[in-house]
Design a protein around this ligand. Structure first.
Ligand code: NDP
Ligand code: HEM
Length: 487
């Protein structure tokens, strides 16, 4: 006999949770069985829209601890003292698969972090890759459509993928990572995370620096081959959840070291590449990694839906000391995520326990569906601004220094003057012969059924990265290895 008494949602004790209220032992259910109606009505509302991308995910809570002083670059409170620990949440994900997708599928992995700092939540919504497929946000929905289901067949379409990629050479860098070993880690524990975009730091003196964030796994890099992944998925579709949840439940807490690359503000005008281009990295030789701290995941969610599915990350969540950059992809994301959360979770998604800041929150937003919190500092007369009732007031001491911008408004071509080949080539040449062979084979396997003219166009792109790249993929496809003339 349980010691916990079952109640309705209104708190009334329930006498019978096994038998509906019927007219006689064989008769129909009575409409007055409000307990049955409540149960069915709640079940009908158990689903919310899944994320339009990154629907399948795995998450956990933990801490971030500062090990090295970077206060000369940023006044962000999270970094202000060596030894300081800040609570945080991580959610990892695949991009294209729906909520029921198998975990061990080749895809980019999301690496979304929420740090509950004293001056508000800082979200770093990154991936396990330092770059992305497109550099202009106008292309993001098109790109995502190629990764999702075909409108007629309702199947994933390799033709759409390679058509788009072969027409978008800026995707070559990310493509090369996706089809390399790093495109299929066996669990989130064995991959890096990158903020990917260029953000900015600003310090107590109002100086701005451009910054990139790198979280390097301390578990080491591991990968699955395509053949291993087929075998893994045949056994279990939930291997990431099993691995991450199991490791944390067993006290084997995964850790990542945070490094930053810092670029003085005016250097952005000198680099041979656009430092705000999301398809580019900053070479380490030019901007070396600076160690900052360690992230540890050490607590599983108690309720997956409440704490991981309802987690709402947004690149717009920055805190004093951290700012944006002219990266146009980042700017689209600043709009897109909060908009998605209002649709997926509702007006007051930020007040849900997993999303609520761990610092005082005082704003003048009012009402809306599911308003259940108080946000004034104790005075109900202060519900507008300016007011004479000691309502919340702005604090000029946290004003960000001006962001230098210049230029004529136009639809500037993001392709013109951009070198899409040098950095993928640097990556390709870093691979061992075995890694290159797997890259070739993974690409060839993903091209099955794609029309010839699209395959040839893509091979031409690989040739331009490195003739050995094109030749390797041709060999894996069983074609002649003579490179086609570049377009
Ligand atoms: P470096 O040799 O200094 O850096 C190489 C980087 O590549 C390291 O961060 C390493 O990450 C990563 N790397 C090593 N092996 C692989 C692999 N098999 N697959 C994917 N990444 C790997 O050179 P550069 O900084 O000049 O960069 C050269 C190329 O390396 C770039 O064009 C880019 O494609 C890739 N890269 C660069 C990063 C950067 O921020 N500069 C970050 C990640 C990749 P790790 O130490 O974790 O193994
Ligand atoms: C999720 C939009 C590019 C990483 C999402 C979601 C949207 C979105 C709408 C779903 C949010 C939700 O419902 O909770 C966009 C747009 C982009 C873009 C418009 C480009 C213009 C990127 C890039 C990265 C990234 C470049 C990584 C560097 C993620 C991650 C998630 C996500 C990790 C899942 C977050 C979570 O775990 O809840 N994106 N995205 N996205 N995106 Fe993007």
């Amino acid at each position: 006999m349980s010691t916990t008494r079952l109640t309705t949602t209104a708190g009334a004790p329930v006498a019978d949770n096994q038998n509906s209220l019927t007219a006689g032992p064989r008769g129909p259910v009575l409409m007055q069985d409000w307990q049955l109606i409540e149960k069915l009505a709640h079940q009908n509302r158990e689903r919310i829209p899944e994320r339009v991308v990154h629907a399948k995910g795995w998450g956990a809570f933990g801490t971030f601890t500062v090990t090295h002083d970077i206060s000369r670059y940023t006044r962000a409170r999270i970094f202000d003292t060596v030894g300081k620990t800040t609570p945080m949440l991580a959610r990892f994900s695949t991009v294209a698969g729906e909520q029921g997708a198998a975990d061990a599928e080749r895809d980019v992995r999301g690496f979304a972090l929420k740090f509950y700092t004293e001056e508000g939540n800082w979200d770093l919504v990154g991936n396990n890759t330092p770059v992305f497929f497109v550099r202009d946000p106008l292309k993001f929905p098109d790109f995502i459509h190629t990764q999702k289901r075909h409108p007629q067949t309702n199947l994933r379409s390799p033709t759409a993928m390679w058509d788009f990629w072969s027409l978008s050479p800026e995707s070559l860098h990310q493509l090369t990572i996706l089809f390399s070993d790093r495109g299929l880690p066996p669990s989130p524990r064995f991959m890096n995370g990158y903020g990917s975009h260029t953000y900015s730091f600003w310090n107590a003196d109002g100086e701005r620096f451009w910054v990139k964030f790198h979280f390097k796994t301390r578990q080491g890099h591991r990968f699955l081959t395509n053949e291993e992944s087929a075998e893994v998925i045949g056994r279990s579709r939930e291997t990431y959840q099993e691995d991450l949840f199991g490791a944390i439940a067993g006290g084997d807490f995964p850790r990542w070291t945070l490094f930053v690359q810092v670029m003085p503000e005016m250097d952005a005008e000198k680099t041979p590449y656009n430092p705000f281009d999301l398809t580019k990295v900053w070479p380490h030789a030019d901007y070396p990694l600076i160690e900052v701290g360690v992230m540890e995941l050490n607590r599983n969610a108690e309720n997956y839906f409440a704490e991981i599915e309802q987690a709402a990350f947004s690149p717009s969540n920055i805190v004093p000391g951290i700012g944006f950059s002219p990266d146009r992809m980042l700017q689209a994301r600043i709009f897109s995520y909060a908009d998605a959360h209002r649709y997926r979770l509702g007006t007051h998604y930020e007040a849900l326990p997993v999303n609520a800041p761990r610092c005082p929150v005082h704003h003048y937003h009012k009402d809306g569906a599911m308003r259940f919190f108080r946000n004034d500092p104790g005075n109900p007369d202060a519900f507008y601004e300016p007011n004479s009732f000691n309502g919340p007031a702005q604090d000029p001491s946290v004003a960000e220094p001006p962001l230098r911008l210049a230029g004529d408004a136009d639809r500037w071509s993001h392709r013109e003057g951009n070198d899409d080949y040098t950095q993928p080539a640097a990556l390709f040449r870093l691979f061992t012969p075995e890694q290159k062979e797997r890259l070739f084979r993974n690409i060839a396997a993903a091209m099955a059924g794609v029309p010839d003219f699209i395959v040839e166009r893509q091979l031409g792109q690989f040739d331009r990265v490195d003739p050995a790249y094109g030749a390797g993929v041709r060999r894996a496809l069983g074609r002649s290895t003579a490179p086609m003339a570049a377009e």
